[in-house]
Write a protein that binds this ligand. Structure first.
Ligand SMILES: C[S@@+](CC[C@H](N)C(=O)[O-])C[C@H]1O[C@@H](n2cnc3c(N)ncnc32)[C@H](O)[C@@H]1O
Length: 204
């Protein structure tokens, strides 16, 4: 399962989807194959024009939009934010009054900050999924409305993973990565030591 298929697997037929940062609108294309309409937005006019040249479906509403600025209340209840950094994702959510039943993110970085700040926006982690695409790991997080108190390891390493085997593979990859950083750095790094301890505990 690639990233787009993974996002698709979290979407139900009745969900009203907006994909912000859609690029080639691959998710909307997949949804249209099962007759589901969606809004696909991107900040770049060139990206949207290119998608319009390649896509000919009444079910896909392609729009230029900085975040959710061009999306109106009631048009969507499911938001997809994939292939962006945590701070872009948070910026988009901090700049809208719209609320969603579901937010599906695949952030490139700072997943702990994402979990923590989303909680402050009253979105809690419902499920997570680690995806491996072209030998790279991606962390999908499904947020739903509400808040939760997280332990430190839940904030740093996630919670409620759908594919446990893939999660363990990912933890082993992280452990190797942090051990290499530790070996190559001369100074003691408390954050790296903490991550190594937390991952070792999880893997026990
Ligand atoms: C790396 S692509 C990700 C494409 C697709 N969502 C995926 O996961 O494969 C990131 C896209 O986000 C768009 N983007 C970045 N910031 C944005 C913003 N504030 N609002 C809307 N789109 C944005 C970029 O133009 C780019 O097309």
């Amino acid at each position: 399962m690639n990233r787009i298929e993974a996002i698709y697997s979290f979407i139900n037929l009745q969900d009203k989807v907006v994909d912000v940062g859609c690029d080639q609108a691959k998710l909307s294309l997949l949804l249209s194959k099962r007759n589901q309409s969606s809004i696909a937005c991107d900040i770049s006019i060139n990206v949207i024009n290119r998608a319009k040249e390649n896509i000919n479906s009444q079910l896909i509403d392609l729009r230029v939009s900085n975040g959710l600025s061009n999306v109106k209340k009631g048009e969507a209840n499911t938001l997809v934010l994939s292939g962006m950094g945590t701070y872009t994702i948070l910026d988009i959510l901090n700049n809208t009054n719209l609320r969603f039943n579901k937010i599906i993110t695949i952030s490139n970085n700072y997943h702990d900050t994402l979990r923590k700040k989303m909680n402050e926006l009253n979105y809690k982690v419902s499920e997570e999924l680690i995806i491996k695409e072209n030998n790279k790991y991606y962390n999908l997080i499904l947020f739903t409305e509400g808040n939760k108190s997280y332990s430190e390891d839940e904030l740093l390493l996630g919670t409620n993973h759908k594919d446990k085997e893939m999660y363990i593979e990912y933890l082993k990859y992280l452990l190797e990565k942090y051990n290499k950083i530790k070996e190559s750095s001369k100074n003691k790094n408390e954050k790296i030591d903490k991550m190594i301890n937390l991952i070792n505990k999880k893997l026990k």
